[in-house]
Write a protein that binds this ligand. Sequence first.
Ligand code: KIV
Length: 276
Amino acid sequence: MSATAKKKAPMPDDIRARKGGEPLVSLTAYTTQMAELMDAHCDFVLVGDSVGMVLHGLPSTLGVTMEMMILHGQAVARGLKTAMMVVDMPFGSYEESPEQAFRNGARLMAETGAAAVKLEGGRHMAETIAFLVARGVPVMAHIGLTPQSINTLGGYKVQGRGDAAAELMADAQAVADAGAFSVVLEKVPANLADEVTAALAIPTIGIGASAGCDGQILVVDDMIGMFTAFKAKFVKRYANLGEQAEAAFADYAREVRAREFPAAEHIFADQAPEKK
Ligand code: KIV
């Protein structure tokens, strides 16, 4: 590529075409600043409904609204140049009918500039996925542990163990056949994730799945150590920014109380210095 040629963000079809190739890299983001920092390193960025727990202190993703997703989607869009943006459909915004899903999916895309939406569910969401895709809303599916269903799944458990493996494979096939351009596999046994990856014609994106998936995603605040309420086994901490921030707050508080801050270099004289 020439020095002046600009790299364009991929489209959902480009992500689909990466099946079996170099692993796809993805993180979640909720703010412009984080989006800017990760843009050059990610193929796509997900504005996840995890925003509810990570930034808003909610106990689960169930209280996340369309308005929250739109506001954070718009913020992330301002920070991205070369990564594709996907926005999560929040709980209650798509399950009722394909028409409801289209109305809200189209609104998310129109108001945030997202290239695609993500929704949770397997076979029972296949009709909705096909309906959206046929009408211009590209869909990333999400199966395995689907956090919007924790109350029916009985908690944040590994999905697809033992006899449940065949069910998970059927969900994966159903969302692929319905036209999803990729599928997130969350918290499923590694061997099953590998089998699903081998069976599907679309990329699998693992989170707590397997290095053999076609791509990986992590929640940004988990991997940089900003969200410390709990750490799932599948999270690798690449930084401990939460600890660094707390140490900075403690230093600042001590210096303010000791009248050490602001120091001479942070304050202004009554006359501006003469220009030479
Ligand atoms: O909301 C989210 O952050 C997600 C990822 C964990 C895949 O759905």
